[in-house]
Design a protein around this ligand. Structure first.
Ligand SMILES: [Fe+2]
Ligand SMILES: [Fe+2]
Length: 143
């Protein structure tokens, strides 16, 4: 796949995500069912997130960065080790979130609530993995 094709595809997806956010936003208010409303809200927020990430990828690709994304840097005034320590703290916070959700899932009997909590649990697991990947790939301590 050529770079141009990737840029075109990303631009198209960005538009689809943005259109979806607008469409769902206008429907959320009119949905009668509480579970449906919360699930649509979740989907809308995910699309907003996808749009932001795609925009970030597009900016990098458009700049014609020849380096892999992991090696692409931007200026920061903060010491690398300070950032690493903060990220390690975030990992702990995500662990606390995961443990909390697990306890909530043990208590919750309602199927709709369980479904929503499971989605959050999946997110927390993903956040945990993402932060660990960031530390491993971008903030590794060189021997
Ligand atoms: Fe999406
Ligand atoms: Fe999280």
């Amino acid at each position: 796949m050529t770079e141009q094709t990737l840029v075109e595809l990303l631009k198209e997806q960005l538009q689809i995500e943005k259109n979806f956010v607008v469409a769902v936003d206008s429907e959320i208010e009119s949905v009668h069912n509480v579970a449906a409303r919360l699930l649509l809200l979740e989907t809308k927020k995910d699309s907003e997130k996808h749009a932001l990430i795609i925009e970030g990828i597009l900016q990098t690709v458009k700049k014609g960065e020849s380096k892999p994304l992991w090696d692409t840097l931007q200026d920061s005034y903060v010491d690398k080790m300070v950032v690493r320590r903060k990220l390690e703290n975030h990992v702990k916070t995500e662990t606390a979130m995961m443990e909390h959700i697990e306890k909530e899932l043990k208590e919750a009997k309602d199927e709709g609530i369980r479904l929503l909590l499971k989605h959050i649990a999946d997110d927390e697991k993903k956040h945990h993995e993402i932060l660990q990947t960031v530390i491993k790939e971008a903030y590794k301590i060189k021997p």
